[in-house]
Design a protein around this ligand. Structure first.
Ligand SMILES: [Zn+2]
Length: 321
């Protein structure tokens, strides 16, 4: 059986707490990320600060760290003037930094009380994140399933070989990309992954396919440890959870953004968060059936701290806000 850290934690706890935004935290600390490949820039120039943000999320209560490899691809790094070997080394570094933060956190016995050992979920961002034109919220790449497999293979291989505990295949806007990644996963039979789509409304993923249909398509793949939605407005989340629950026996995960909207032209976020307290609102997602809960863009360690404060107690989790 492939290593499945999701099943392991959910066998001891009612909820698995995912971390929050990495980029938002880096910006709050004064780093300018208005760059198509901000992750490359920070991995190259300030790796320690990425490790520090991972540590802050573990301290806030996260059971896993999603690595800084969302936009990291050989092609993307090559555009920045790195060669293939350097690009692969940076992806490996994203896993190493998260693992170091986890080991440091776990080495303190005080941090182990009531917790399972956190794990490293290596981010596999969609093809649209590599394009850096906002198409992870649109899809419509015009690529075949095979072309998408070929795109994803080298990074996936690198992240697995670097020692990631599992893969976080995230912000997937279209069914064909989910199928490509699911098929590719079979080339790495000892690895599990979570699959997370971006959605456009209460029932449809970004490109327009019915979310429940997409979930159903992934149901028979035993390497897929959880399915759900990320980087989507919190207002759509309860409905999307209920749609998934009708068709899957896998744990459902949600890590929405704050509800602000991404503007690909300015590399910026517009509007206001739609919920007053993200972490309190998240109880509603637990009640609707989600078992892995965290935050995507614009969420903070404080949001994760609030989720962790109710999520580890089943009775507290069931109490509506
Ligand atoms: Zn996001």
């Amino acid at each position: 059986m492939a290593n499945n850290p999701v099943a392991s934690i959910l066998s001891h706890h009612p909820t698995l707490v995912i971390d929050g935004a990495l980029a938002t935290e880096l910006e709050r600390r004064g780093y300018d990320l208005k760059d198509d490949l901000w992750s490359a820039k920070i991995l190259l120039e300030q790796p320690e600060i990425i490790k520090q943000v991972h540590l802050d999320y573990f301290r806030a209560g996260a059971d896993c760290a999603i690595t800084a490899s969302y936009q990291a691809t050989v092609e993307g790094f090559e555009k920045r003037g790195l060669n293939r070997i350097e690009a692969i080394a940076l992806m490996q570094k994203s896993v190493k930094l998260a693992a170091e933060a986890r080991d440091e956190f776990w080495s303190d016995p005080a941090n182990r009380i009531g917790r399972d050992q956190p794990f490293v979920a290596a981010s596999v961002g969609p093809y649209g994140a590599f394009l850096a034109d906002g198409s992870e919220y649109r899809g419509e790449y015009g690529l075949s399933e095979k072309e998408l497999r070929d795109f994803h293979r080298p990074r996936m291989k690198t992240l697995i070989e670097a020692g990631a505990d599992m893969l976080a295949c995230e912000t997937i806007p279209c069914l064909i990309e989910a199928q490509a990644i699911a098929n590719l996963l079979e080339e790495f039979p000892d690895t599990t992954a979570w699959f997370s789509f971006s959605a456009r409304d209460e029932r449809h993923i970004s490109e327009g396919q019915v979310f429940a249909e997409c979930v159903k398509q992934l149901e028979d793949n035993s390497q897929i440890a959880a399915v759900g939605i990320n980087c989507t407005s919190p207002v759509y989340i309860p409905s999307l959870i209920r749609e998934a629950a009708k068709v899957t026996a896998k744990p459902i995960l949600v890590y929405p953004n704050s509800g602000e909207r991404y503007n690909a032209e300015t590399n910026d976020w517009n509007g206001n968060p739609v919920v007053d307290s993200f972490g309190e609102q998240a109880r509603e997602w637990y009640v609707a059936g989600a078992r892995l809960i965290g935050g995507c863009c614009r969420t903070t360690p404080e949001d994760i701290r609030v989720i962790a404060s109710w999520a580890r107690s089943p009775r507290a989790a069931e109490n509506q806000p």
